[in-house]
Design a protein around this ligand. Structure first.
Ligand SMILES: [Zn+2]
Ligand SMILES: [Zn+2]
Length: 260
């Protein structure tokens, strides 16, 4: 009996890899530019070998804790402050800690944006190690990534991130559109900035409901909710459920995690 229990303990200790799914996703920041109780947009995606961030808005830096020098890449959806405001803080900290080169991906204009940051902070020029890419499709470690241009007030893109057959989609800021909803994926992380009405560059329950019939995801996390949207989050979920009762809608909160 004793021998049996010892064996069982050994098996459990030696096989954590079997239990690891393909991607662990943690919302480090789900807030917007006016929130003071949440960090701004930032999602950590961890594979067995690789760690990436999608966006790194203001406040995300303090949520990284001991992972500052473990991040392999930052994927920017667009260059608004609530999505890239802590990028320079991350780069500077990594320089001081002697971290490896950080890969930065973003839409057209991201290279020029980085150049302008180092124009402004001349004392940091050529200190942090990083490489900027505006490629539309790329690989980082075990992650395969492709981008889809989105509908926002400046050039911006969603990310489709895949690892070993599992796939998640991150919308960034956008008004919702059919092509994005039609991507086959396990989880869709979509913005829901506004509580009602029409918008050309953000999501509301009404414009989301129009394209929801095309949604391929079984689980949808809603994030980037302005306070007046967050206040009525339950009502928003009810509205969406009335269109697609087969989808599980979840409200993303800072530090919430899930695995696929
Ligand atoms: Zn934006
Ligand atoms: Zn935003």
């Amino acid at each position: 009996m004793l021998v049996m229990s010892f064996l069982i303990v050994c098996v459990n200790v030696n096989s954590p890899v079997d239990e690891f799914k393909h991607m662990k996703v943690t919302f480090l920041g789900t807030g917007t530019c006016v929130d003071t109780s949440k960090a701004q947009s930032c999602i950590l995606i961890e594979g067995e070998e690789t760690k990436i961030l999608v966006d790194v808005g203001v406040g995300a830096f303090v949520r990284l804790n001991d992972k500052i020098d473990e991040i392999d890449a930052v994927l920017l959806t667009h260059n608004h402050l609530d999505h890239n405001g802590d990028l320079l803080a991350l780069l500077k900290a990594r320089w001081l800690k002697g971290a490896n080169e950080l890969l930065i991906f973003g839409p057209i204009g991201t290279k020029a944006f980085l150049d302008s940051l180092f124009e402004a902070y001349a004392y940091l020029r050529r200190k942090p190690k990083f490489k900027v890419s505006e490629e539309r499709e790329f690989e980082i470690g075990e992650f395969k990534v492709r981008t889809i241009p989105t509908r926002h007030s400046i050039v911006s893109q969603a990310y489709v991130i895949e690892s070993d057959g599992k796939r998640i989609v991150v919308s960034g800021d956008t008004s919702p559109f059919r092509e994005l909803m039609e991507v086959e994926c396990d989880v869709l992380i979509h913005e829901m900035s506004l509580p009602s009405g029409k918008s050309e560059d953000h999501t509301t329950p009404e414009n989301f409901a129009e394209v929801l019939p095309f949604c391929k995801a079984k689980v949808v996390y809603l994030t980037h909710m302005y306070p007046h949207a967050y206040e009525v989050k339950d009502k928003i979920v009810e509205q969406l459920k009335s269109v697609r009762n087969d989808i599980e809608f979840r409200i993303a909160e800072d530090l919430m995690s899930f695995e696929v």
